[in-house]
Design a protein around this ligand. Structure first.
Ligand code: FAD
Length: 119
């Protein structure tokens, strides 16, 4: 039946998690309240504690020590998650993503894609 599936592997887990994290950042407020900023900081530290791939979580906690979460606004948070993801990409020998395109990738879509699908 449809529920009888294998547990998720760390590759799939990572892919789904980045999808979630970048989309969350892309929808974070432009002008968050002090309370919201604190809540995002707590979310990130809990995430770094509970992310269910221990070597991944451990390296992420190390990275955060020298790269404090930037929770000031949507743009800052989106760049911060982009940098975090690039640190993992680097470690795994994957290409890095040019963070200036975060909004096209995770919020608005790519203009040339949209144009091509209209034509
Ligand atoms: P992913 O890296 O999952 O990326 C998904 C999509 O995000 C890409 O297709 C691309 O369109 C986009 N993207 C890529 N880079 C960026 C960026 N910098 N900013 C915004 N968008 C981007 N795996 C390990 O093997 N070892 C680890 O130590 C490890 N640590 C991890 C730590 C965390 C916090 C997380 C969330 C994941 C970690 N992973 C780790 C998993 C790894 O990062 C990948 O998710 C996994 O290898 C699957 O890769 P993928 O090719 O599907 O693309």
């Amino acid at each position: 039946d449809e529920f009888k599936q294998e547990p998720i592997d760390s590759w799939q887990l990572g892919n789904h998690t980045w999808n979630f994290l970048h989309t969350m950042a892309a929808n974070y407020p432009q002008n968050p309240s002090e309370e919201t900023k604190q809540e995002m900081k707590s979310f990130i530290s809990s995430f770094a504690k509970f992310y269910p791939c221990e070597p991944c979580a451990e390296d992420f906690r190390e990275w955060i020590k020298t790269n404090a979460p930037k929770v000031e606004n949507r743009n800052a948070l989106s760049f911060w998650f982009c940098d975090a993801h690039n640190a993992v990409n680097d470690k795994l020998g994957k290409p890095t993503f040019d963070c200036k395109y975060w909004m096209a990738r995770w919020k608005d879509g790519w203009e040339d894609f949209k144009k091509a699908s209209r034509e």
